[in-house]
Design a protein around this ligand. Sequence first.
Ligand code: NAG
Length: 687
Amino acid sequence: MRLILSNVLLLAWCTSSALGFSSSISSSLGKTTHRSWTSVLPPLHVSIGLGPDKKMEEEGGEEATDDPVGEEKKQLVAGVDYEIPDHESFRTSRRSKLDEQCDVWFGALLGGEDDKGVLGELADEARKTLLTPVPLVNEEKLPRDHEEYTPYVSTKLPWTPLVPAFGLEEFGLPVPRRNAEAWRHFDVASLVAQSYSGSCEGTGKVMELTDDQVKSFQAQLESSGSWLADDACQARLVYINGRYAPQLSVENDLARNMDSYDSCSEEIKSYLSRLTDGFTDELVTPVQIGDDKVATSYKKLSGPDHCLGEPFSQFAINTQQGTACFAALNTRRTGAVAYVHIPEGKEGDETGERPKPVLILNAVTKNGGAASESEGMAFHPRCLVVAEKYSRLSIVQSSIDLDDMTQHVPKFYNGYTQIFVKDGANVTHSYLEESGGMVTAGVEMSDDSVEKGQPLPREIEAARPELKDTHFEAIDVHVMGDDGKYEGTIMSFGGSGRVRVAHSVSLLRPGSHATINGFSLSGGAQRTDCKTNIHHVAQGTTSEQIQKNMIGGRSTGAFRGRIRVEQSAQQTDSQQLSRSVLLSDRARAWSIPSLEIIADDVKCTHGATVSDLSEEELFYLRSRGLDRTLSRNLLMYAFANDVCTCVDPAMLTSVDSDRGLQKRLIQRLENVVPQGDRAVKGEFQSI
Ligand SMILES: *[C@@H]1O[C@H](CO)[C@@H](O)[C@H](O)[C@H]1NC(C)=O
């Protein structure tokens, strides 16, 4: 009985808010229409079930529903005594076993009171943010003429228990959840089944190496291809297991390891304190909206009807990249901060010859520097880049594994890179993710196509220790000066079991431009996830994006590319193209482009394809006398090379050399070349 009654009331509620919405539309059409609309609106009826309470009819249904808190409960259902729940007791009620495991896992990474990195009070702040759960309040329903009114707020009935959005049950920032949009297609269950609660001995302290160790590390880094000699770069910062290694580095005014947080300027402190995904609401620079209004917060950007509201509402969380909690975790526990600061140049300097790169190298050894036996280790490399007015910079970040033949310990790499680009500066950024060994070739073959007595490739892959490694990186770029340029190239082709790179660029001033190139390779039993977000905030901003994904073996690869054009960003020109090549029947690929355009005077194009390599192109190459395998490899290489050539040329070196990036790429591609039946069939499929 009680149930039916509340259903009826719910219906009444919905009807009235629906009516409310339509009248708000009509009011924007003009006064006269508004009047005629409301005059033809029928009085509120509830025609199913018992009908509205008598008293409620007398008082007018709509009036009563406008303010859901307090008094009006009695107005709605006179005589029925509803219990107002204790919301806190419902906080974790929706949490499943796996969700709970996610929270325990994240809590272990965060560690105790004393587990703190080098960022001083900021680290304390981050811990506080993470450990303060969001307050449970009814989302405020604003009057329709309020400037922040949005129809996207659903106000709950007073007796409905409030529960937080996905991932916010225990922590103040959303942590991973299998059901959350940001984590869909990612292997959350096996991520949280692996503990990474250890950390390298001596974290936070500079690494002292003996001469022999210096030589041996340098040799290993050189043979991995990530090393740049002193005369090939402007500066080089080397981190091993999250600790700074000065003997391997070249420090100068442009780039140094940040020695203490307290001596930083206020500006640097404010940059370091920023979180991703809109959890730091203030924009890094005020943005002009129209002729006289200036916005300083993300929340207010696109006018009330399109406002995403608080970043911890479910609606907003669905559009996020899920990096905020990891950025805060990094702030809490990072053992070293690479700080790159390019001083002001002269106007006109920003074009011309390409500057030598600044190299930031993050290497991990096989046991991750664990002092004793450990279930798993976590590293939190941090990088801050500030490019002053009219400066030019090419920065290369590289992460690799050094095989030092000791016991493998599972590793979690949680990187956070922040880049701030000021007026007229031109920043070229390359990010190379190569950690976690090599995937096993041929895993897609069915068991009976493998020769008798031979080991099954899929079993070899399943036992590969690096499959337990996880690589996360959040790259947050703010182009905060007029005519600032940013060109970012992300190459993700390492062999870690789980890879997730999230790249977010905000274009905050007129004339700013971003080019984003991405290549992501997944093979073996890997799970890769690639996310990009281009946020056009100011007028006359431009962006170009090319994303290439190659998915083979029994792996899963997902790409989510979001472009958002705010109302303030008229005359935006934005192009996005994503191509995925699916090399095996056992692999799975998702490509999810999303365009959110609030402005009306924009040019945006996007395209997404998922296909096998083109049968026609294969045929062409074969008709020139190349055999099937060679043609196929050639096409695969050509597909990846479009993005590869955007990486700083100092890292490329020719295909003939042993260590060049292109050579390494070919080696990795060879491991995802389909084998068995599929290699000869190679049928063309396009979606
Ligand atoms: C920015 O610098 C890169 C190389 O350093 C150069 O290729 C590019 O043309 C520059 N962009 C502009 C707009 O000057």
